[in-house]
Design a protein around this ligand. Structure first.
Ligand SMILES: [Zn+2]
Length: 254
């Protein structure tokens, strides 16, 4: 099996497992009307992801190769340090891409479908517009080329992100003491859901993907502990008119 298949199938599988656990343990709304259209968009995203790898990846890498500014792959450091540094830097690249998807209007049109969900749970992880998959891939690969990050580390990071994203969208409140300890290293559900608030001045924070450090350094880290006091979603004029595949797909045009 090709790594690209694994990169996409592992997160999908992890969301299915997390969703079933959510349904059984603490979230009665875990399987709802959004489940079927999200599964359909997952199939489209899988096809787009494979098409991107087959047709766009190599030409794009060749196109942007002259933009390389540094080379992490050439650093003379032990293998473990190389992998750890690369994972942190890739996380920064994802952080920058995420912020751009909120800041640049055309990118926001692609990303806002993910924020349209008004009940955040593991399935929200998979609610991404197919074109956002492309725009995010292009930005991340651009960053990886500029810094010459080892390709295998991008693969490792995708697997970690796939598992971790399902965790950060869980409809669960982790006990404060445990959560505070976890939040010293990586993003938790309590931390991430603030980013899904409807009010812009609230959601314009917590852009981190796996590690919390970039939010700290860029002063975008804010914390909110109570999942039930947040009004989730986006503005009505940006929200899909109905929870079905067609309205998900045409949402960027609204
Ligand atoms: Zn976002």
């Amino acid at each position: 099996m090709l790594p690209e298949h694994l990169v996409y199938l592992l997160p999908t599988t992890s969301v299915v497992v997390f969703s079933l656990a959510e349904k059984l343990l603490f979230d009665r709304q875990a399987l709802s009307s959004k489940t079927q259209p999200i599964l359909l968009i997952v199939l489209i995203n899988l096809a787009v992801s494979l098409g991107f790898s087959a047709a766009l990846l190599i030409p794009f890498v060749m196109l942007v190769a002259p933009l390389q500014l540094a080379s992490i792959a050439q650093l003379d450091i032990p293998g473990f340090a190389m992998v750890s540094l690369s994972l942190l830097i890739i996380d920064l690249v994802y952080y920058v891409s995420h912020r751009l998807h909120h800041r640049v209007p055309v990118l926001w049109r692609l990303h806002r479908l993910h924020h349209s969900d008004t009940h955040i749970n593991a399935q929200t992880t998979l609610l991404h517009h197919p074109l956002e998959l492309v725009s995010n891939n292009l930005l991340v690969i651009l960053g990886a080329v500029i810094l010459d990050i080892p390709a295998i580390c991008l693969f490792y990071y995708s697997l970690i992100l796939g598992l971790h994203s399902a965790f950060t969208h869980l409809h669960v409140t982790i006990p404060p003491k445990v959560e505070r300890l976890m939040r010293g290293f990586f993003i938790t559900p309590n931390y991430h859901r603030r980013h899904h608030a409807k009010a812009l001045k609230v959601s314009n924070s917590n852009f981190g993907m796996v590690f919390v450090y970039w939010d700290w350094l860029c002063n975008t880290a804010l914390f909110h502990d109570d999942k039930d006091s947040i009004d989730y979603g986006i503005q009505p004029e940006e929200t899909p008119k109905a929870i079905n595949l067609w309205h998900f797909l045409i949402n960027p045009l609204r």
